[in-house]
Design a protein around this ligand. Sequence first.
Ligand code: NI
Length: 226
Amino acid sequence: MMLHIPQILQPDEVREMRGRMDAAPWIDGRATVGAQGAGVKRNRQLDENAQLTQSLADAVLRALARNPTYFSAALPLRTVPPLFNKYASAETYGFHVDGAVRTFAGSPGWLRTDLSATLFLSDPDDYEGGELTVRDTYGEHAVKLPAGDLVLYPASSLHCVTPVTRGERTGCFFWIQSMVRDHGRRQMLFELDQTIQALHAQHGETEHTLALTNHYHNLLREWTEI
Ligand code: NI
């Protein structure tokens, strides 16, 4: 499942973050990539060890924590601290694999990447190209979202960022280990939760919404690995 979650960040938050990033030094994006990705990755990133990066990452994590749709879809157990990248002047990231397991500074061990996330930080009118393109059995899906919006997609899919042919594309990316490893189960839980929320909005709490909510939690209890 690919999911578009609007307005993780509000426009003033995007502006504030972009202002802090624009003044920072950017390094070669190959700093955080394995051998397969290094051959096709041509972009720039903020240094993952810089204090600014950690402060921006914390701001993104706080924004994610207040978004119930994100929680319902990702069921996050552990999250790699978000990183920030920039593409301009025909920079691109060819089709690549996101490593299945990662570690990072301060992490007690390894994290399994179940989900990949991209948070768009540039207005789509500010650049051409730069589509995140995800390949699955249904074909290729090109994604370009308003600044502040996020796309979640299975980390198991091959994906690329097409060359930016005009302007500049700034984004934030990270990986999540989910409490529910199986994509099908996670999707069913998300759809059930969204349906319960809709019924609740329409009818208020009834005997039946209560029973469905109980059912949701019993499935979640059955399927979580924590
Ligand atoms: Ni990737």
